[in-house]
Write a protein that binds this ligand. Structure first.
Ligand SMILES: N[C@@H](CCOP(=O)(O)O)C(=O)O
Length: 496
């Protein structure tokens, strides 16, 4: 739709102009720092940052209804600067001009309602939000769009050269970082640090294909994260993990889209997300609080975080019901099929603690909770979903299993409506499905495949193998007849 065809009152607002005064604000000491530098932690006290727009209050000059209309109309504008996360420009990174925005087709991922069979099995209305349908096949693209747009802006306005972007990854962040950096061509090179043997072959191929330097180290993700944290402290590198607050801003779009999908009515809704490095749950909580603050949504939904028993520090933290007695203790992770979330020291934990407390204060007891699931439950839930037409990855299975657990324990009610996060594309984690089908999981996973979910290809052998190709017409006919007969017998087909 052309700009002139939009309602007149919206026309001046549809194409965002840079505005706002963004600063990094330390969660611990409250110190604020300008965004002319890429900071990750507070130079004064090492606390973690969240980005704040000092002019955000000005957005209240417009009503919630105005913002809802603006965001909805923007979806019809064919301009890359407002197609992805930046459809919510005023809330993502209002200082960034349109010319610096990097858009690779991320966001507005499908929210697919489960069929009646799956909803009956789960016991409530369920949607999958398929973030595997982002360009690098995971939700990380939302955050990278914001982080790389900011970097692009910094490079242009400060004439920076030789920028090296780095990240540690369990496989999705590295794929996204390498892709978005590659799009910026000579302006940015990228390097990714991966835990050797703990990233799937599909995920490993992604940064390699995008031309990143791929460095594998022994250990798990938490070890890689410590390395990049130290690198970003002592060297000139741009850290692209979610410790970088611009990533959080971009990932808030996930919550905004869910609100938009429900026409901004989030009463009796439940959003379920796997925790991993805790950047996503941070973004969901912060995004919802900000939407609520601007009266874009009237009600806050429940937010349920999920962890595997094999990587459960956040679940363990919230087991203590008295907030004053809670102590966060990182855990040593065990192998998990939800490998992308196999993290024992989530870097955003201080943000989660802060935001979850504020969320609970505003939305009431029980509006935020964390559940724990087994490896068996994750695999079974993933296969159950995909047997019903979804493309859930193992983390998507973790989300669904988490919802089932939340229902069982009464945290979620049957009359509520849930959106579960399929964080990445199923095909990235296909090896775990194969292990399930072949019953080859090492014992520590404690997974016993359900026969009804196992599936194998069946090879049909021709009765009289044809000779070397090219086949004669007669050979081709005999082969086809033989195969038709065998397929019909295997499938029990009835002749017409
Ligand atoms: N699951 C992540 C781990 C890193 O998370 P990040 O959001 O802090 O970058 C991955 O895919 O690497």
């Amino acid at each position: 739709m052309k700009l002139k065809d939009f309602p007149e009152d919206l026309q001046p607002h549809l194409l965002p102009r840079p505005r706002g005064r963004m600063v990094y604000r330390c969660l611990d000491c409250g110190a604020e720092f300008g965004i002319d530098h890429l900071f990750y932690t507070c130079p004064k006290c090492q606390g973690l940052f969240l980005l704040v727009d000092l002019d955000e209050e000005q957005l209240k000059e417009h009503s919630g209804a105005f913002w809802r209309r603006l965001f909805d109309y923007r979806r019809m504008l064919h301009d890359p600067a407002v197609q992805g996360a930046f459809c919510f420009h005023e809330l993502i990174a209002p200082v960034i001009p349109a010319e610096d925005i990097v858009y690779l087709g991320e966001c507005h991922t499908p929210q697919v309602q489960a069929n009646s069979r799956l909803q009956e099995e789960v016991g409530m209305t369920v949607y999958f939000k398929n973030d595997g349908q982002n360009p690098s096949a995971s939700f990380k693209d939302r955050g990278m769009a914001a982080a790389l747009s900011y970097l692009n802006y910094l490079i242009r306005t400060q004439n920076l050269t030789g920028v090296l972007a780095i990240c540690a990854s369990t496989g999705d962040t590295s794929a996204a970082a390498a892709l978005y950096a590659a799009y910026l061509g000579d302006k940015v090179t990228s390097a990714v640090i991966l835990p050797y043997g703990k990233v799937t072959p599909q995920q490993l191929s992604q940064p390699l294909g995008a031309g990143a330097r791929v460095l594998e180290i022994p250990g798990v993700f938490d070890d890689c994260m410590r390395v990049v944290e130290a690198l970003s402290e002592h060297y000139h590198v741009a850290l692209l993990n979610s410790k970088n607050s611009w990533r959080i801003r971009g990932q808030e779009s996930y919550a905004y889209e869910i609100a938009q999908w429900f026409d901004y009515d989030l009463a009796h809704k439940v959003i379920v997300v796997p925790i991993g490095n805790a950047g996503n749950i941070t973004a969901v909580l912060e995004g919802l609080l900000r939407f609520h603050d601007l009266q874009i949504i009237a009600e806050l939904p429940k937010v349920i975080g999920v962890q595997s028993q094999h990587a459960n520090p956040v679940f363990t933290y919230y087991l203590e019901s008295n907030p004053a007695r809670r102590v966060f203790t990182p855990v040593v992770v065990q192998p998990s099929v939800a490998q992308a979330a196999m993290i024992g020291r989530p870097v955003s934990m201080p943000r989660v603690i802060r935001l979850a407390a504020e969320y609970t204060r505003r939305a009431g007891e029980g509006s935020f909770a964390v559940v724990e699931v087994t490896e068996q439950e994750i695999m079974d839930a993933m296969l159950l979903a995909n047997r019903n037409g979804h493309i859930a990855c193992t983390q998507g299975g973790e989300s669904l299993a988490g919802l089932q657990m939340a229902l069982k324990t009464g945290l979620v009610k049957k009359n509520e409506v849930a959106v579960v996060d399929a964080t990445a594309h199923h095909l990235k984690f296909i090896g775990f499905q194969q292990m399930y089908f072949d019953n080859t999981f090492p014992s520590e996973f404690e997974i016993i495949p359900k026969p009804e979910y196992q599936n194998h290809p069946q090879l049909l052998i021709p009765e009289s193998p044809p000779g070397e190709s090219p086949w004669s017409e007669a050979e081709q006919r005999i082969f086809t007849q033989d195969m038709v007969r065998q397929v019909a017998a295997v499938l029990g087909l009835k002749p017409k």
